[in-house]
Design a protein around this ligand. Structure first.
Ligand SMILES: NC(=[NH2+])NCCC[C@H](N)C(=O)O
Ligand SMILES: [Mn+2]
Ligand SMILES: [Mn+2]
Length: 314
């Protein structure tokens, strides 16, 4: 692939399927369902076109709320999240079957139950890079909040026992040696135990400071993709970034990634040539202190996506 005289070794097939997911059922704060429209209004499609991607007509999913949705144990809105994420899984799988790169814009991070299921249904040997302040690996028992956006990884790994019936369709594709985190700094006690028990590659902000982001990405890829052959799914929660850069999000945590560190992660994954899907999640335009902080958050989301799609690699 040559663009303006520059040869790219990554993203051999530059066809992207944007999947807009205005979904907020995995947490309690209104407004995260507005994220996709804001990101699209920021001009993401044009930006990707200028990076020489062919854009399939954007798929905008709609998520009908079930008439009745009682808690399942501690879990809130299990029917809504279960059916919505199934829809996302089918859409992501179809995008991959059609030879496109699924770029899913959330919406809250429970959507990743769908995106990751869709990717692993097509690429059984894939690995998952989860860039987030949070581990999102609570089980239905360990969740302190009952918000399912704090639980997707446990469902994907089959750690929820018994599995809530709304998520019986989720296959436990994700093995502990195919998952790596970067950016963690707010991990619940139950999650900490799970990460240790399963020996999951978890790089916190401490490791980013200690080793530098370049080394951390290298270490993460060594753990989940030692032979360099696995397809990579990148699931990026905008709250991985420091609230200075991305304040408009539901669960901000201070002391996060700089914009450049987040961009670097995306560039390094693009550079592998193995990136097959990306999620950008948890932008909540209703939560910025003012228009400027919303705009900064949306601009940061567009930046990291462009970096993952090849912008800054020359
Ligand atoms: N996707 C997110 N922003 N997740 C935040 C999760 C917060 C907390 N660990 C919980 O389980 O409720
Ligand atoms: Mn998070
Ligand atoms: Mn998250």
């Amino acid at each position: 692939m040559t663009v303006q005289g520059i040869t790219y070794k990554f993203h051999k097939n530059r066809n992207v399927q944007i999947i807009s997911c205005p979904f907020s059922g995995g947490q309690a704060r209104g407004g995260v369902e507005l994220g996709p429209d804001h990101v699209l209004e920021h001009g993401l499609e044009k930006q990707l076109e200028s990076l020489d991607w062919t854009i399939a007509p954007t798929k905008s999913l709609s998520f009908p709320e079930p008439a009745s949705d009682p808690d399942e144990g501690k879990l809130k809105r299990p029917n809504f999240v279960g059916s919505s994420t199934k829809n996302v899984a089918d859409t992501v799988a179809a995008a991959l079957k059609a030879g496109t790169f699924p770029l899913t814009i959330g919406g809250d991070h429970s959507l990743a139950i769908g995106t990751v299921s869709g990717v692993f249904s097509q690429h059984a040997d894939a690995c998952l890079l989860w860039i987030d302040a949070h581990a999102d690996i609570n089980t239905p028992q360990s969740t302190p909040s009952g918000n399912i956006h704090g639980c997707p990884v446990s469902f994907l790994m089959g750690l929820a026992e018994p599995c809530p019936p709304q998520f019986a369709w989720v296959k436990p594709y994700l093995k502990s040696n195919k998952l790596a985190y970067i950016g963690l700094r707010d991990v619940d006690p139950g999650e900490r135990e799970i990460l240790r028990k399963h020996n999951i590659a978890a790089f916190s902000m401490h490791h980013v400071d200690k080793y530098g982001i370049g080394k951390v990405v290298e270490l993460a890829l060594e753990r989940v993709n030692p032979d360099g052959k696995s397809p990579i799914h990148l699931s990026l929660d905008i709250d991985a970034l420091d609230p200075e850069h991305a304040p408009a999000t539901g669960t901000p945590v201070r002391g996060g990634l700089s914009l450049r560190e987040a961009c670097y992660i995306c560039e390094a994954l693009a550079e592998t040539g193995n990136l097959v899907a990306m999620d950008i999640m948890e932008c909540n335009p209703a939560l910025g202190a003012d228009a400027q902080s919303v705009n900064a958050t949306i601009a940061a989301a567009c930046s990291v996506v462009r970096c993952a799609m090849g912008e800054t690699l020359l």
